[in-house]
Ligand binder design. Structure first.
Ligand SMILES: Cc1ncc(COP(=O)(O)O)c(C=O)c1O
Length: 361
């Protein structure tokens, strides 16, 4: 028996966006703009920073293993019981926990192909059989996903809105799909970008219709600006949550992550500022991209994905932007080599991006 299972040996590891400090060093630049990982360029929610500062003297103690304070607050905010709430080291931490908790024997997974790369890595690491269902018109095809359900299907993963395409599935599409899902199948609805999508009438806020076999995942990494802390949360039936709590890494998320999450939930001012900035800057970037004659996919998130005539062209555009100190994401690792994803940054960062892109083109 080999020491390393073949599905781990052959696993393509997660490829994160480039880091600002690495690019400054490599390119000898003083100023680098990162528009590559859909983070919040406004910084962390100020109330979260204050909470971390006052929590510093307590990090000699282990955090609450059951995250009661944050789970209680989330339960109250979203009008569910604490038994319906899970927290984890980012939504990816919860996804990893779900896969470890519920997959058994010949269980299989169904998910959209070339959707969120973090899920792909975690799913492939399980060594299970996975049906990757191609997207249609840059959208997750729930009809085809429903058709792939078989006797072995245990988990279906849907990112809504999707990353990296920024498209969303509608309430009507979800309802139609859900009618085909057997009760024994767990549906993971990853709503990492839901704060940016809630203004869309057809977007299904999954908290509004709870099903016993659906788990909704959300995160503090995007709109709340806490990506570096690793804190995410989820809602589901109490039986699923109680089993997830048995399997979770005992002291995750960290103490800072838990106190920052609690404080961030109160920071309505920061949230409003974030949503407002994203709305205004998204429409500015979209019209500038259109004026440049570049094809883009309509987005319900805090990023916009563009399409180029070839992989070489996309690579060269991303490299030229990088030479000018602007990090964007060519989507080859996601399975979309002719595409470049641009996260919405601050006003002056987006202006710089548009100007630089225009001069490159
Ligand atoms: C669809 C989706 N889900 C989850 C995540 C990861 O979130 P977290 O930082 O909470 O693990 C991302 C991050 O890019 C994402 O795009």
């Amino acid at each position: 028996m080999p020491l390393v299972p073949s599905y781990i040996k052959n696993l393509a590891s997660y490829k994160p966006g480039l880091r600002i400090d690495d690019i400054k060093r490599d390119k000898g630049l003083d100023r680098v703009i990162k528009l590559a990982s859909n983070e919040n360029s406004l910084g962390p929610a100020p109330l979260a920073i204050a909470a971390i500062e006052s929590a510093m003297q307590k990090v000699n103690r282990y955090p609450d293993a059951f995250g009661m304070a944050l789970r209680t607050k989330l339960a109250k905010k979203f009008d569910v019981k604490i038994e319906n709430v899970i927290i984890g080291a980012g939504s990816e931490g919860i996804i990893s926990n779900i896969l470890r908790t519920f997959l058994l024997g010949d269980d299989e997974i169904v998910a959209a192909a070339d959707s969120f790369i973090g899920f792909r890595v975690l799913a492939n690491a399980t060594g299970r059989s996975i049906h990757w269902v191609p997207m249609k018109n840059h959208r997750i095809d729930l009809g085809d996903i429903a058709e792939k359900i078989n006797d072995y299907t245990k988990i279906i993963y849907i990112a809504n809105p999707d990353n990296p395409m920024g498209t969303y599935i509608t309430k009507e599409e979800f309802d139609k799909f859900y009618a085909h899902v057997p009760e024994r199948v767990l549906v993971i609805l990853d709503e990492a970008y839901f704060e940016f999508a809630t203004n869309i009438k057809e977007y299904p806020d999954s908290m509004k219709y709870r099903y016993d076999n659906v788990i909704t995942l959300r995160t503090f990494s995007k709109a709340y600006g806490l990506a570096g802390l690793r804190i995410g949360y989820g809602f589901s039936h109490e039986t699923l949550i109680s089993n997830l709590l048995k399997v979770k890494v005992p002291f995750e998320p960290s103490y800072f992550a838990q106190v920052a999450g609690c404080a961030a939930l109160d920071d309505n001012e920061f949230m409003e500022k974030t949503i407002e900035l994203n709305k205004n800057e998204m429409s500015k970037i979209e019209s500038s991209i259109d004026e440049l004659g570049v094809t883009r996919i309509p987005s319900a998130t805090n990023f916009v994905t563009t399409f180029w005539e070839s992989e070489e062209k996309a690579k060269s555009i991303a490299e030229k932007l990088l030479d000018e100190g602007i990090i964007v994401r060519q989507l080859n690792a996601f399975g979309w080599p002719e595409y470049i994803r641009i996260s919405i940054g601050l006003e002056h960062e987006n202006d710089q991006f548009i100007q630089t892109l225009a001069s490159i083109i």
